[in-house]
Design a protein. Structure first.
Length: 328
């Protein structure tokens, strides 16, 4: 395909995405130009800071994407994952799945820059959505338009994380149910799981698959036995601190290699292996593995737009926090 044709195709794809977003989000009070008058330089402020951060530490892209995911799946995309709790009322941050989240300081820094330019205007929830998109873009991932206008929640409850956030040990039925609760379908399960193409995991996130899968000191039969040998060399039975790349060799680059690994039964988590237990998710895995991710970028962009709308607060709901870790 000639360069001119590629450019036209790319621009057409972007236009389709924009029209898709406009069609799907107007009813919810979100729009692409929400801050066009109140904070017109918002996009540039976020983009510039995230470019600076990721150019220094590209491994931070994965945690920033993960933080947006963890936020949207618990109470919706309301920045509740950013709130500090108290001894008597622990917040989402205190839940075991969130103890390994990183990048809160980056969100705080971006918020401070935005507050300097547009005091009291932009929500932490919108900042988190923009940061996730720009972080992925910095490591060669797809662009997606981020409709804005989310408001920040005032509630963050630790125990809700266990009830709403998909876990690495979930089977396909549970994953589909958790995603459906946020307006996401079976295809979205496979597509968003592809986010595991970047980032790392502590050994504790999957060591049961290596040493004690059913409580009898056995291994997970759905995991490639040759890969088990390699993982055991990195992770000893009681190791909870060593980090392992989820997509070995390219864990800092957003690509389709994740699906190749899952197709070879080398997905790190049970939830990765579970994609092979459903006809639709299995077909998607093999399509991307065999076609070098032919539609993954486009699909991921569309699924992220959908996820970013999950149970959002708009209008007079919630608030615009001055500090992302504290309610006003």
């Amino acid at each position: 395909m000639a360069k001119g044709q590629k450019l036209v195709s790319f621009l057409t794809f972007q236009l389709i995405l924009v029209l898709l977003v406009l069609d799907q989000t107007n009813a919810q009070g979100l729009s692409l130009d929400y801050y066009s008058k109140t904070c017109p330089d918002l996009g540039n402020i976020v983009r510039k800071e995230i470019h600076r951060v990721i150019s220094i530490a590209p491994s931070l892209a994965a945690p920033l994407l993960r933080m947006h995911f963890h936020d949207c799946f618990v109470r919706g995309c309301d920045a509740s994952v950013l709130l500090n709790g108290t001894t008597n009322n622990p917040a989402e941050k205190a839940a075991i799945p969130n103890l390994s989240l990183r990048g809160f300081n980056i969100i705080d820094n971006v918020k401070a820059l935005v507050e300097k330019a547009c005091p009291g205007v932009v929500s932490c929830a919108d900042i988190l959505a923009l940061v996730a998109r720009d972080a992925v873009l910095e490591i060669h991932g797809p662009f997606w338009p981020v409709p804005l206008g989310r408001r920040d929640g005032r509630v963050s409850i630790m125990n809700q994380v266990f009830a709403e956030l998909p876990a690495p040990f979930h089977n396909i039925s549970t994953l589909k149910a958790f995603f459906a609760a946020k307006g996401l379908n079976t295809k979205d399960v496979a597509v968003l799981s592809g986010g595991h193409t970047i980032g790392t995991s502590h050994c504790g996130g999957f060591s049961n698959r290596l040493y004690n899968f059913t409580g009898r000191g056995d291994t997970d039969p759905t995991l490639d036995p040759n890969y088990i040998v390699k993982l055991k060399q990195k992770c000893k039975p009681a190791d909870t601190t060593t980090l392992v790349e989820m997509d070995p060799g390219s864990f800092k680059t957003f690509d389709e290699d994740y699906f190749t690994l899952v197709a070879k039964r080398r997905g790190l988590f049970q939830s990765d292996a579970a994609l092979l237990d459903d006809p639709e998710t299995k077909a998607y895995v093999f399509l991307q593995a065999q076609t070098h991710g032919s539609t993954f970028g486009k699909d991921f962009a569309q699924s992220m737009v959908k996820m970013g709308k999950a149970l959002v607060l708009t209008g007079t709901q919630g608030e615009i926090r001055k500090h992302c870790a504290l309610v006003n």
